[in-house]
Design a protein around this ligand. Structure first.
Ligand code: CMC
Length: 430
């Protein structure tokens, strides 16, 4: 069959470019030879029409509201799987058999402690530092502690760095929390599952026994699972771009944490809960919706809208159910924040402004309510998102490093600054 081509006509010249097909999703026009052939670049701020890599990890159909990890629908994984199994799937491409899963769990749980010297590192931060500032700093600093896993040309070192990141990130995030509340750091316990261990490191104190509630542990595990990967989003693309220069994995993940912090990305869960609290009561919703629709107000409905989903975010549906379960367990099903959230969702989904722009609730709309009910302060929300997303960043980074087509990322630009001019000595300037 003849290769499918796309034709580009510029003036009286026609250029041909191959069309590439994935297994599912839109085809892409391979424009790698565009500059060489035409002397022109493409212009795509925000990369809304650009596929920057090929990947076999995560697929999103934004119009249908579908998300799959390695081909498995997120709803099935949320219902039947658990976070560590999902980590294995994202990292290695297939669901593990029983032996593989046990071996993986063992490898992860044997790396949960951080170097004791890292404890001193924390003490250098102000007590009121934002956990994301601490996590970003400590993750970057890991390269100073684990010298035997920063040679990215060695597949074994890449593997051990991956396991270390997934194993230690809950410890790092929990320590950021403990530091902020002035309580002693809690060492990990390897007899607990991943999410129970994280909850214990956050909420137990040496003075008494801490028993993890299985409903809370399951909700935590679901939050981790639903945030584990999300294709080439801003922070993942940041990790890939940082990694494209052969930077060490800890530096790359720190770059991802930094990008995730922004309120348009991972910071939205913190911003969404703050917004729901600011609205406070159901009767104030119309006033707030009016502000969100007014471009001059600078207000957006946080937890609404998505670059890719132009339909209900499938993760938001799972989160909504879990929010109800957790709030019922905590005896706060009549919680005013949840009432505002439910009413706001109803009103926004029937408002032409939001319908026309296809603005639906995203995962962050409900995850903040759950984390709040569990007892986390809002400042911890994005750090928990970073914890969950670490496996996705690592899987995407590993995929990129192993790709024989890997190139340093180097976008170009449409320059619209001054043209060449001569330097004027200071004395001659007006
Ligand atoms: N509230 C009010 N209006 C909005 C919102 C919102 N949350 N989101 C988009 N719009 C409007 C926007 O003003 C624009 O209107 P118009 O066409 O009249 O100028 C239109 O919808 C398209 O907006 P856009 O900014 O071009 O859309 P985008 O795809 O670049 O932005 C987004 C996606 C997620 C940054 C944006 O929807 C947003 O800021 N949402 C709130 C923050 C949020 O919840 N982020 C979490 C995303 S999910 C978790 C994650 O991946 O990190």
């Amino acid at each position: 069959m003849a290769e499918e081509v796309a034709k580009l006509v510029v003036g009286d010249q026609t250029y041909e470019f191959p069309v590439l097909h994935g297994t599912v999703g839109p085809d892409v026009i391979d424009i790698r030879s565009l500059y060489a052939k035409t002397g022109m670049f493409t212009y795509d701020p925000g990369f809304t029409s650009t596929a920057a890599c090929d990947s076999s990890i995560t697929y999103i159909d934004g119009d249908k509201g579908e998300l799959m990890y390695r081909g498995y629908p997120i709803e099935q994984l949320a219902d039947k799987s658990n976070y560590l199994e999902v980590c294995y799937l994202l990292l290695y491409g297939e669901l593990p058999n029983a032996w593989q899963l046990n071996d993986f769990k063992d490898r992860v749980t044997r790396h949960t402690m951080v170097h004791e010297q890292i404890h001193y590192f924390y003490r250098g931060f102000r007590r009121d530092a934002h956990p994301m500032a601490i996590v970003c700093g400590v993750v970057g600093a890991m390269a100073a502690f684990y010298h035997d896993s920063i040679d990215i040309s060695d597949a074994d070192q890449r593997e051990i760095a991956s396991i270390r990141m997934i194993a230690k990130i809950p410890t790092i995030v929990a320590m950021a929390y403990k530091y902020s509340v002035g309580q002693p750091f809690v060492y990990p316990r390897n007899d607990l599952d991943y999410s129970s261990n994280f909850l214990r490191m956050c909420f137990s104190v040496p003075a008494e026994e801490y028993v993890v509630n299985p409903v809370i542990a399951r909700a935590m595990d679901l939050i981790f699972t639903l945030h584990a990967d999300h294709e080439q989003n801003a922070s993942t693309s940041t990790v890939r771009l940082a990694g494209s220069s052969d930077a060490n994995p800890f530096a790359c993940i720190a770059a991802g944490v930094a990008c995730l912090w922004g309120p348009a990305h991972g910071g939205a869960n913190e911003a969404a809960l703050n917004m729901l609290r600011e609205i406070g009561t159901v009767d104030r919703i119309p006033e707030f919706i009016a502000k969100a629709k007014d471009k001059n107000s600078g207000v957006r409905l946080m937890g609404f809208g998505h670059r890719v989903y132009k339909n209900y975010d499938p993760r938001a549906k799972v989160m909504q159910e879990t929010a109800k379960e957790v709030l019922a367990l905590m005896g706060v099903e009549n919680n005013p924040t949840l009432q505002v959230a439910q009413e706001l969702e109803k009103i926004a989904l029937s408002d032409p402004y939001f319908i026309e722009r296809k603005l639906y609730p995203n995962v962050d709309f409900y995850s903040g309510i759950i984390l709040d009910a569990i007892g986390f302060p809002t400042s911890m929300f994005t750090a928990i998102f970073a914890l969950s997303r670490t496996v996705g960043w690592i899987a995407q980074w590993k995929e990129m490093i192993a790709d024989p087509q890997k190139k340093i990322g180097r976008p170009r630009q449409l320059y619209d600054g001054a043209v060449t001019r001569d330097y004027e000595p200071l004395i001659e300037r007006e």
